[in-house]
Design a protein around this ligand. Structure first.
Ligand SMILES: NC(=O)c1ccc[n+]([C@@H]2O[C@H](COP(=O)([O-])OP(=O)(O)OC[C@H]3O[C@@H](n4cnc5c(N)ncnc54)[C@H](O)[C@@H]3O)[C@@H](O)[C@H]2O)c1
Ligand SMILES: OC[C@@H](O)C(O)[C@H](O)CO
Length: 315
């Protein structure tokens, strides 16, 4: 459903979207989203775009948001006016992510107030912790409008030598943890009649096998997340709750940096060869997509897998 917002929330969301799509250190990637006028002072005043992109007043929960994509998602939400719960394994990493987000907003939107952001510690594989953390977030913020599940791990090991213990861990974090959080969010949104948006982070590896790395467990976990989202979309869609997956290609996060450090830089060259845009992505390049998926701008998006991969899966 499209809704009109105040001019200040409108200008904030416009500015956030523009910056997400056109970060200052790169050329603009999406000419279609160019605002009609752009302030160069860092203030968001005078920038115009579709009001439905605003997240003003909404509460967004980011699981696995201490670093990497989760942190970028919460940053995009906050730049669009949303309050945020930053969930990760330890309170200190969640807190330092919040400090980083606040600093970013101060720089990017010096004339805007910084939305409320709170840290939470939770191991997503522990059902009791997930339930307790979700309840605490609802007590702190009143309600949850958006959930994005970014916590995830990866292993590159050939299937015949992959240990069952590691297989189970992979599914525990990437699939079971995602389902546990989605279940709490869905229950809450159903009870409170919130027309929320649940965004499960999958991967292009959930629908194709990347090469040359061998990662059957990871691929299986992400394929299952895509099917989980479609299933939840059919169960909760009739109540106005939208569930979709965001499937990134190769993003330069710490997870990928660590993997490349272990396996050698040649791996990066071989990936880039298969990406039509000819490069890996900066994590901030997902902000525009995730804000769109969280906001009313994507009001008819449900049960979809949004692949953002520089064209990798087009081959
Ligand atoms: N980086 C990429 O290229 C890429 C591509 C496709 C999909 N993805 C997916 O995006 C998501 C985020 O990836 P990233 O690159 O930002 O990874 P990352 O390792 O940089 O960040 C993942 C975060 O999840 C947290 N986490 C891990 N296990 C947890 C647990 N049990 N409980 C709570 N938090 C936990 C970590 O502490 C970390 O902060 C993952 O699901 C990943 O599979 C990443
Ligand atoms: O498909 C890209 C990512 O999902 C993933 O991080 C990569 O495949 C790890 O090997």
């Amino acid at each position: 459903m499209l809704s009109l917002r105040s001019s200040s929330s409108l200008s904030r969301s416009s500015s956030a979207l523009f910056r997400a799509c056109c970060p200052p250190r790169r050329p603009c990637l999406s000419p279609l989203l160019l605002p009609l006028s752009v302030s160069t002072s860092g203030s968001s005043r005078g920038v115009r775009t579709l009001p439905a992109f605003s997240l003003e007043g909404k509460t967004c929960v980011g699981k696995g948001a201490a670093r990497g994509l989760g942190k970028e998602f919460l940053t995009g939400f906050a730049l669009s006016g949303a309050k945020g719960a930053c969930v990760d394994l330890t309170p200190s990493t969640a807190q330092s992510s919040i400090e980083h987000i606040r600093q970013h907003i101060r720089t990017q939107q010096p004339s805007e107030p910084i939305p409320e952001l709170k840290p939470y510690a939770c191991d997503v594989t522990q059902e009791s912790q997930v339930k307790a953390t979700f309840s605490q977030i609802v007590r702190d913020f009143g309600q949850v409008d958006v959930l994005v599940t970014a916590a995830g791990i990866v292993d590159n090991v050939e299937a015949e030598n992959y240990e069952y213990e590691r297989w189970r861990r992979m599914l525990d974090v990437n699939l079971h943890g995602t389902w546990l959080w989605a279940r709490e969010a869905g229950k809450h949104m159903l009870e409170k009649k919130i027309k929320g948006s649940i965004i499960l982070v999958a991967s292009m590896s959930g629908s194709i096998c990347v090469r040359p790395q061998k990662q059957a467990a990871y691929n299986a976990s992400k394929g299952a997340v895509i099917m989980l989202a479609k299933s939840l979309a059919t169960e909760w869609g009739p109540h106005g709750i939208r569930v979709n997956t965001l499937s990134p290609g190769y993003m330069k996060t710490d997870l990928i940096r660590e993997l490349l450090e272990k396996q050698g830089r040649d791996l990066e060259q071989s990936w880039v060869k298969d990406i039509p845009l000819g490069r890996m992505a900066h994590p901030s390049e997902l902000q525009g997509t995730v804000v769109w998926m969280a906001s009313d701008a994507s009001s008819y998006l449900n049960g979809s897998d949004i692949i953002v991969d520089g064209g990798y899966t087009a081959y």
